[in-house]
Design a protein. Structure first.
Length: 575
């Protein structure tokens, strides 16, 4: 699951604006040194010297762009865990070369971009044919490279200047969404952090990182895992998070105050980082704990992937598209051939799916995240703020799912392990053909949307809230249409209009959400000092409390995920 792509409702600014530069004076016994080139600061991170790419005069922060955190995952390193970078101190790196990981989009997103506005406006559904190939003709971004394991750091000047002089500032790390098939650290699924830094009074360090996508990062299955590692995107994230623990102090950050924030695939990734190795020590953790103290998880989205058969078929299809017969042969292919195979594989994704997701691998993910949370197999020391939107599932509901046969087929595709009795229970008890609103839907499309939301997003937040025994902060984003991803531009509001929606009626919502994010990052308790009318954010507790973000303000309510359907989904009785 993912943030809504460019073809539909939410488009956010991706670039950080930069103006004049300021110099940083030399300090002895410090990891920072000056450089002759432009006077921008340089940080010594051991294996390289990295210079700030720019200084934002109006925002008062340095932008350290494209810092390598791992060796290139190319050649024999393809489909293997990330490796330490090699040392190269021969020149100062200013991060001038942008990098994004190879990525792809399903063809059905072209249909969704037309269908959703028509449906929301009550218009007749009229879908035009997709361009040749089933979607927008892919134009390869010139930044695309397999050598993409890089991160960006935005450090306010006053924070950076105090590096080494105390414990450092709280750190906010962003993991982008994109269905595990697309996205990057400064792309359309990411926002400009300027507003958050401003709201923090220059008191936080912001980090965004790339992780491998699609077939490059999420292949799995019995044959693949003989010589490859499943869930490499999660390994990339954890490697970067461990990098932050080692190096963020040099940029003014406090490694003991790291909050990880992610939406959709990013939120689901954090969910899996919390449950990594079932809470036991793993190959890249000494104590089994997550390499962060807090997490803000927005609409954590993924389809359960437990079927060895489905994983094996996906791997075999990739090899077929790449015109090879083994992983060893695939490692010898040129990047262009692998990118082409990945594009075709993801383009063929069933409606509402992106082909790839975290998969049960017997290692990083020993069982479904919901099961691990249910059984207490996770890092219980992490503090959480979670959120979901009221209309998460519509983007993933096909306009063709207007009859019982298509609804059943949709469920069968989503959970291929379900037997006939389970499918009947889902379609007649959990989501029956009752369109009076008593089950949360009024027509067949909404029925699909509600089931997709429960399985892929909403219930995941409930699993987290209950696993942490209500000692969490939970919100529901309800500003119409409240589609999946609609809260992201509010989270990253910096004064620009939010997509097609007028912000003037919900400015306080953006300011409140940003205040919550910043205050939680700083002290673990979300407050809204910039909007005094906002009620106090209650803990989830035994009462299932949530804060509701509406167009007319913030109210308090009860979690709509506290229902028997989510209880059933967490037990994974479809296995």
């Amino acid at each position: 699951m993912l943030s809504i792509p460019k073809s539909s409702c939410v488009i956010i600014s991706a670039l950080l604006s930069c103006t004049a530069v300021h110099a940083w004076p030399v300090q002895s016994n410090d990891t920072r040194i000056t450089a002759a080139n432009g006077g921008l600061p340089v940080v010594d991170i051991g294996y390289e010297l990295h210079q700030a790419a720019s200084f934002n005069e109006s925002g008062g922060y340095y932008n350290f762009s494209n810092i390598r955190y791992a060796a290139p995952p190319t050649g024999e390193n393809r489909w293997r865990v990330p490796q330490e970078p090699t040392t190269d101190r021969s020149a100062v790196n200013n991060g001038s070369v942008g990098r994004i990981c190879p990525q792809a989009s399903p063809a059905w997103t072209y249909i969704a971009g037309q269908f959703i506005p028509q449906y929301l406006q009550g218009q007749p559904i009229n879908i035009t044919a997709a361009p040749t190939g089933g979607g927008e003709a892919p134009v390869l971004d010139p930044r695309t490279t397999e050598d993409c394991l890089f991160l960006d750091i935005i450090a306010p000047k006053k924070v950076f200047e105090q590096a080494g002089g105390g414990k450092g500032a709280p750190v906010l790390v962003w993991l982008y969404g994109g269905g595990f098939a697309s996205g990057d650290k400064a792309g359309i699924n990411t926002g400009n952090p300027a507003g958050l830094i401003r709201r923090s009074e220059d008191g936080i360090v912001f980090v965004a990182l790339n992780y491998r996508l699609g077939a490059f990062g999420w292949l799995s299955g019995p044959t693949f895992q003989i010589d490859g590692t499943a869930n490499l995107g999660l390994h990339d994230q954890r490697f970067a998070l461990n990098w932050i623990q080692k190096h963020i102090a040099a940029f003014g950050g406090d490694p003991e105050q790291v909050t990880v924030m992610g939406e959709s695939a990013g939120g689901a990734s954090i969910m899996h980082q919390i449950t990594a190795y079932g809470g036991k020590p793993g190959r890249d953790a000494t104590d089994g704990g997550a390499p962060f103290a807090q997490a803000i998880i927005q609409s954590p989205g993924f389809l359960p992937d437990v079927s060895n058969t489905a994983q094996e078929q996906r791997f075999e299809t990739f090899l077929l598209l790449a015109n090879v017969s083994s992983l060893a042969e695939a490692r010898k292919l040129p990047t262009e051939a692998l990118i082409a195979a990945n594009l075709r594989l993801v383009a063929q994704s069933p409606y509402g799916s992106f082909t790839f997701a975290p998969s049960v691998d017997g290692d990083f993910i020993p069982a479904l995240a919901g099961i691990l949370l249910l059984h207490g197999q996770f890092d219980k020391d992490v503090k959480l703020m979670v959120g979901h939107n009221t209309n998460e599932g519509l983007y993933f509901a096909s306009p063709e799912n207007a009859n019982e046969t298509n609804f059943l087929n949709n469920i069968r595709l989503s959970i291929p392990t379900a037997n006939a009795a389970t499918l009947e229970y889902i379609t007649t008890v959990l989501y029956p053909q009752v369109y009076d609103g008593s089950y949360g839907y009024l027509d067949p499309i909404q029925r699909v949307a509600v089931s997709a939301a429960d399985l892929g997003f909403v219930c995941n937040t409930r699993f987290l809230d209950t696993a942490f025994k209500g000692q969490t902060y939970s919100y529901r984003f309800a500003i119409p249409p409240a589609l999946h991803g609609d809260d992201v531009p509010y989270s990253f509001y910096n004064g620009d209009p939010i997509g097609p929606y007028p912000l003037t009626q919900s400015l306080n919502a953006a300011l409140t959400l940003q205040d919550w994010i910043v205050s939680f990052t700083k002290n673990g308790v979300p407050t809204a000092p910039d909007v005094p009318s906002t009620p106090a954010f209650p803990q989830y507790g035994a009462e299932n409390n949530v804060a509701v973000i509406g167009a007319d303000g913030i109210t308090l309510g009860i979690d709509d995920a506290a229902n028997p359907r989510c209880t059933w989904w967490q037990k994974a009785l479809y296995l």
